[in-house]
Design a binder for this molecule. Structure first.
Ligand SMILES: Nc1ncnc2c1ncn2[C@@H]1O[C@H](COP(=O)(O)OP(=O)(O)OP(=O)(O)O)[C@@H](O)[C@H]1O
Ligand SMILES: [Mg+2]
Length: 374
């Protein structure tokens, strides 16, 4: 017997945001520009993670793409079509937002089937069963939404967005209510489904590991603008500005004041009372005041005696098994610095420690604008 599954594989579509703006007008307070000119060009079938602090405009951006929020100015294109003035239901965008919006009188099975039936899709039951199986929720199909936990509702909302195989998929923190093991499972399955069906996807997440594991590229947003758009490697290893360096990375990057010292063909940066690091930065001048960024993971403690380095004293040492994490007081530096240390060596409070990093990992930022000085 041959079974034909109506998977209705959508042809992946390019998604372009072109100088997109959103200003909220309200009677009681001043108008508020939540999105201030976003440009994004997302390849067909690509998965982009949108990261940024609370209130920076992530949900507003997704709602504009979905057609749930009017655009103030700018354009949204899916494939060759400008959709900015089309009603939501004509945009063919799948959404999985935090507000689950399941129909309470319908069972989970009926909730999943609803949109497919409305579109007169074939093999609806089979598609529902297959999706439920893949997301590990066959036991939920006969329940009604009122009987579900928030994590279960969230998985069903995700399944409902995925089951249509939309050319463009928008997910706003789709895994935030899941426990750790479900989260890993659903995350992997989401990635597999996304690769299989090729939905062009934007996923908003507050979890950097989730963003790393899912995304082809990441967009880091701050106060209504995109501060950097690039591969995870570019975002982590080559931040364009201090905001991105500071927002992305766990534990956080160390940011300390420094003074540039040009020494022949070497550029050094003087930190605290006696510390000095070599940097690969070139567009700086002797005596320039800068902000130095140094990731804990990039620090090395095997420093030869005469080599430039920072020296301090252990304030707190945490043994994290695969490696250690030292919080270090460096003379003349206001905030303690965090240094990742190799597993073999245990440190105790007040131990002296010396550390350095590869020159290309010693980032310099303009103290006024926060832009990277390369
Ligand atoms: N309908 C509205 N009227 C007025 N202001 C709004 C409206 N919706 C959102 N805002 C404002 O726009 C800004 C961006 O909100 P948005 O929900 O897009 O943030 P977000 O990045 O999704 O944050 P979070 O991570 O907390 O979900 C916020 O300052 C918010 O108060
Ligand atoms: Mg939001």
């Amino acid at each position: 017997m041959t079974t034909t599954t109506d998977t209705a594989v959508s042809t992946a579509q390019r998604l372009v945001l072109d100088r997109l703006y959103k200003t909220f007008e309200s009677r009681n307070r001043e108008s508020f520009a939540a999105v201030r000119g976003i440009d994004l060009d997302i390849e067909p079938g690509e998965m982009v993670a949108l990261l940024g602090p609370s209130g920076c405009g992530k949900t507003t951006t997704l709602r504009m793409i979905a057609g749930l929020e009017a655009v103030t100015s700018g354009d949204i294109r899916i494939g060759e079509t400008s959709v900015a003035s089309l009603p939501a239901k004509r945009r063919n965008v799948g959404v999985g937002f935090e507000s689950y919006a399941l129909y309470p009188p319908l069972s989970v099975r009926e909730n999943l089937a609803y949109g497919l039936k409305a579109r007169r899709a074939k093999n609806v039951d089979q598609r529902v069963d297959s999706m439920a199986q893949r997301l590990g929720m066959t036991d939920l199909l006969d329940l009604r939404p009122a009987a579900l936990s928030s994590g279960q509702k969230q998985r069903i909302a995700l399944a409902r967005a995925l089951i249509r195989n939309p050319p463009v998929l928008l997910l706003d923190e789709p895994l935030s209510h899941l426990d750790a093991s479900q989260r890993q499972h659903v995350r992997r399955e989401l990635k597999v489904l996304q690769r299989e069906f090729g939905y062009t996807t934007i996923v908003v997440t507050h979890d950097q590991l989730e963003a790393l594991s899912l995304a082809d590229r990441m967009a880091v947003m701050d106060a209504g603008v995109i501060r950097q758009f690039g591969s995870p490697d570019e975002i982590f290893d080559d931040p364009d500005n201090q905001f991105v360096a500071d927002f992305v990375g766990e534990p956080k990057i160390n940011l300390v004041g420094g003074t540039v010292r040009i020494d022949g063909d070497r550029t050094m940066v003087h930190i605290g009372r006696a510390g000095e690091l070599v940097t690969a930065s070139r567009i700086v001048q002797h005596d320039q005041q800068v902000t130095v960024g140094l990731r804990p993971q990039d620090c090395r403690t095997d420093v030869s005696p005469a080599a430039p380095c920072l020296e301090g004293e252990i304030k707190v040492y945490e043994n994290l098994l695969e490696f250690g994490q030292a919080t270090v007081n460096v003379p003349g530096v206001d905030d303690a610095m965090v240094v990742q240390t190799p597993a073999g060596h245990r440190w105790t409070r007040a131990d002296p420690i010396r550390f350095t990093a590869a020159p290309e990992r010693v980032y310099l930022f303009d103290t006024e604008t926060g832009e990277r000085l390369r």
